[in-house]
Design a protein around this ligand. Structure first.
Ligand code: FEO
Length: 401
């Protein structure tokens, strides 16, 4: 049975939710599920904006058929070719053989990479930056957004209703639980962390490209943002746009300390716990700690974008950095994190190498500084070292204030 949602008088959400997905992109757990958003504009011409992932195809086609209500589909706009949005392209063309595919040249070449079926050249409407498509009352303008998240990405701006169909930008993990608009749910408490985790892990590497899109968006009036995942924004857009400004500029949201540790027998954790207590005594609020062997890196990457200061505490292992910490550090590096203050705690019972190896990795992060003296734990923290930890806490706090 169809499950559609009205966005405006003539625009409908025809997407679907997946709450059984075990790993999004084969990597990220999504405890709140995920939505694959697709939209239809019912104008003199009918327009479908993007399709969905194949796992929700059945629901999607029921939705599309219901909204079209016997009308033919005139246009399919492809904003993003990733299979979580374009998996049903071939099925759409099969079902609506007269549909025109509106996309850019990069998208057109990707279609032949992902699909084997042939589409005649005259079935394509190839668009470039600023091109428009009139569908009756609505006029759609296409704006290129390369690397937000793939090179072919574009966004579509409805100049009539001033709606931005924003592709992956302004999306979030989390299924749509009945309501469709972000202002109808407690987005800040229920979804903002998942929105950050989605942004930082999926698009976080491409901050400059997101900044370029935000610059283009600032030049147009936007009443509503319709992303490909998560809720539709029609109120207080600046709350989310401001977050995107910070995330894409690698600017921390809060001045506080994130501590990520790994610990084989609890001694590294002990040092990390003592440091966190000293920071708290000195007035640092909202300190966050993760055992990087327990928590998936996507959550720690997300908080690394949120916090101004990060402490890495880990063991030397196989003459290197303990494997889960090494993985985390490489993951954060791959997402281009910048502008952070870092402190290090290392542990080892012989030939301690972890601290220097962390320094090597972190020193490649732009505008990032290692602060205080590295704490070296030899097997377990000794009472004589408490002063060292207190001193490190003071150094950290100095740079917070
Ligand atoms: Fe939701 Fe880049 O795909």
């Amino acid at each position: 049975m169809y499950n559609t949602k009205k966005i405006t008088e003539d625009i409908y959400w025809v997407g679907a939710n997946d709450r059984r997905i075990s790993l999004f992109e084969g990597v990220y757990d999504v405890p709140l599920g995920v939505s694959y958003n697709s939209y239809i504009i019912l104008d003199e011409k009918t327009v479908l904006l993007d399709t969905v992932d194949k796992v929700v195809a059945h629901q999607f086609f029921e939705n599309v058929e219901h909204v079209l209500n016997g009308r033919k589909l005139d246009y399919l706009v492809i904003n993003h070719m990733e299979p979580d949005h374009c998996a049903e392209l071939e099925s759409i063309v099969t079902k609506y053989p007269d549909v025109k595919i509106v996309c850019n040249a990069k998208t057109q070449s990707m279609i032949s990479q992902f699909f084997d079926f042939s589409i005649s050249q005259d079935q394509f409407v190839i668009v470039k930056e600023g091109d428009t498509l009139e569908t009756g009352k609505h006029k759609l303008m296409f704006v290129m957004a390369p690397m937000v998240h793939w090179p072919e990405v574009m966004v579509t701006y409805d100049t009539e209703d001033k709606i931005l169909f924003s592709a992956d930008a302004f999306g979030s993990f989390g299924a749509i639980d009945g309501n469709i608009f972000a202002d109808e749910v407690d987005f800040e408490h229920r979804y903002m962390d998942e929105a950050r985790r989605y942004y930082t892990n999926i698009v976080g590497k491409y901050g400059p490209q997101v900044q370029a899109l935000l610059k283009k968006a600032a030049a147009i009036e936007i009443n509503m943002i319709c992303p490909l995942h998560g809720y539709v924004w029609r109120k207080d857009l600046n709350i989310f746009i401001d977050k995107y400004q910070k995330w894409s500029a690698y600017e921390p949201e809060i001045k506080s300390v994130l501590i990520a540790y790994t610990s084989v027998y609890g001694n590294t954790q002990n040092a990390a716990e003592i440091l966190s207590g000293e920071l708290a005594k000195l007035g640092v609020k909202d300190i966050k700690m993760y055992d990087a062997s327990v928590t998936h890196p996507s959550y720690i990457v997300s908080d690394a974008f949120k916090y101004s200061h990060i402490v890495f505490a880990t063991t030397t292992y196989n003459m290197g950095i303990f494997v889960n910490m090494e993985n985390l550090l490489h993951d954060i590096s791959a997402h281009n994190l910048q502008n952070r203050k870092i402190a290090i705690i290392e542990n080892g019972s012989w030939a301690i190498t972890a601290g220097n190896l962390i320094t090597e990795i972190v020193s490649k992060w732009k505008n990032t500084e290692i602060i205080g003296n590295k704490i070296t734990v030899k097997s377990s923290l000794k009472s004589t070292q408490r002063e060292e930890i207190e001193a490190l806490a003071k150094e950290i706090v100095k740079t917070i204030k």
